[in-house]
Design a protein around this ligand. Structure first.
Ligand SMILES: [Zn+2]
Length: 274
């Protein structure tokens, strides 16, 4: 599932391709109508017709196309993918929405699992109300993390998956940041020391920055239609997807369990439960 670094990679890839283009129309396949968050293709076309894509931004795991007076926000969820090249015949059944631009090029939204959504809105208040701070922003500090979570009985992994605390973290990068911080995923937040909040904060920043620098973690090239590019952070993973393999820090074995209904990877030696 795409997390902050993957969505940021998509944003950087698409920005030069889409900037300055105008929308002509929106389309939905006749047998699937949900991708535009409940509005019809005709209604969406009326809202975006003639509007120019002025910038592409990202907030948490959301990709935002900013138009003159409104926004088109993409949430890729499990399997959403955005690209510009005409999809192959066998891929077409997975296209849940597409857009025609002024130069007769297209934006395709492919989504095999169909959980992804595209939302038109006149402002982004709804998104700001939903999301916590960005992990690479100045607002994200060790003090913020401790103030938000320090009293909670919740397990640290669940707390970090909560998008209203830190936006953009998901299963992969929470597992990696907790390993780097030496924190067990089932550790109760209220039992974490000040020194560990400091360490966790820097571990999140370092992990997310490194993943962005390496275009995220993709096991196949499933974010781009045009290129056989895949994220290189996969080679840097210490625990995620490495069940039964030696920990790169201590040579203990990586264990997989379930926390918050999510497959969770950790090293019992580096990350003891206190
Ligand atoms: Zn270890």
């Amino acid at each position: 599932m795409p997390e902050l670094p993957e969505v940021e990679t998509v944003r950087r890839h698409l920005e030069p391709l889409l900037l300055g283009r105008r929308f002509v129309s929106a389309h939905l396949p006749t047998d699937y109508q949900k991708a535009l968050s409940g509005i019809s293709a005709k209604e969406c076309t009326t809202l975006i017709y003639g509007k120019t894509i002025q910038s592409l931004t990202r907030r948490g795991k959301y990709l935002i196309l900013n138009l003159e007076d409104s926004h088109l926000t993409f949430h890729l969820r499990m399997t959403g993918r955005i690209f510009q090249t005409e999809p192959e015949e066998q891929e077409k059944k997975h296209i849940t929405a597409w857009f025609t631009l002024s130069d007769n090029s297209h934006i395709y939204f492919k989504d095999v699992r169909k959980f992804g959504r595209i939302l038109w809105s006149s402002d982004l208040k709804w998104l700001e109300e939903k999301l916590g701070v960005e992990p690479l922003s100045a607002e994200f500090t060790p003090e913020y993390l401790e103030a938000k979570l320090g009293e909670k009985k919740q397990r640290i992994k669940s707390a970090l998956l909560d998008q209203s605390v830190v936006a953009g973290l998901g299963n992969i990068y929470v597992d990696e940041a907790l390993h780097l911080a030496g924190l067990h995923p089932e550790q109760s937040c209220s039992g974490i020391s000040r020194a560990k909040w400091l360490k966790l904060h820097s571990s999140i920043v370092v992990t997310i920055q490194a993943a962005i620098d390496l275009n995220g973690t993709t096991f196949q090239s499933f974010y781009f239609g045009e290129e056989e590019t895949s994220g290189e952070f996969v080679s840097q993973l210490n625990v995620f997807g490495r069940t039964g393999k030696p920990c790169k820090t201590c040579h203990g074995l990586v264990v997989k369990t379930k926390v918050a209904q999510r497959g969770t990877h950790y090293c019992p030696v580096c990350q003891p439960l206190r």
